[in-house]
Ligand binder design. Structure first.
Ligand code: CUA
Length: 179
């Protein structure tokens, strides 16, 4: 029989379920439970799944706050990217803009100091991914995501956009310095 022909007239939903299929349903259900409980587990015992707060904010307001920080604390310009490097005081609120197709500015933070990192998008949804630490957060327009971070290693960390945002998505990379 081919699928072009109409199906045989039978009450298919009343037939007994195959044993093998029952096993697959059981396995899938157990695996779903494992994944479900991994979420709270990883939040409490892992170091990547950070608690975040979200607040409504317009793109213009967020841009203004970021600009204020950049005006006050820029220490140099990364010449090949033409993006300011900002060194905000330890313990302060720091801002990072995601937009087509750039992270702005570059933050330079101090090791073992705590900061409140604010993230927002100016246009479409982007994804903040800090590597190799593997900290991942959604960045959406009209909301600011706030996370408390305490860098515990010095160095240069990569920021990549991990949410497809158009033709320049693969170029939306930046870095964060910790010293
Ligand atoms: Cu921004 Cu992909």
């Amino acid at each position: 029989m081919s699928s072009i022909l109409p199906p045989a007239k039978r009450i298919w939903w009343k037939e007994p379920v195959e044993k093998l299929e029952v096993w697959w349903i059981v396995i899938a259900f157990l695996w779903a439970l494992v994944l479900f409980f991994m979420m709270p587990y990883w939040h409490v015992f892992g170091k990547q799944n950070l608690s975040n707060e979200a607040y409504r904010i317009s793109a213009a307001q967020f841009q203004q706050k970021t600009q204020e920080m950049v005006d006050k604390y820029t220490v140099r310009t990364e010449t090949e990217l033409n993006i300011p490097v900002v060194q905000p005081p330890a313990g302060s609120d720091v801002y990072l803009i995601a937009r087509l197709w750039q992270w702005w500015p570059i933050l330079e933070l101090e090791k073992d100091k705590t900061y409140r990192l604010h993230l927002s998008a100016m246009d479409y949804q982007h994804g903040f991914s800090l590597q190799p630490e593997n900290i991942n957060l959604q960045v959406v327009p009209d909301y600011e995501m706030v996370v408390t971070i305490t860098p515990n290693k010095t160095g240069s960390f990569a920021i990549v956009c991990n949410e497809y945002c158009g033709i320049g998505h693969h170029q939306m990379v930046s870095r964060m310095y910790v010293k």
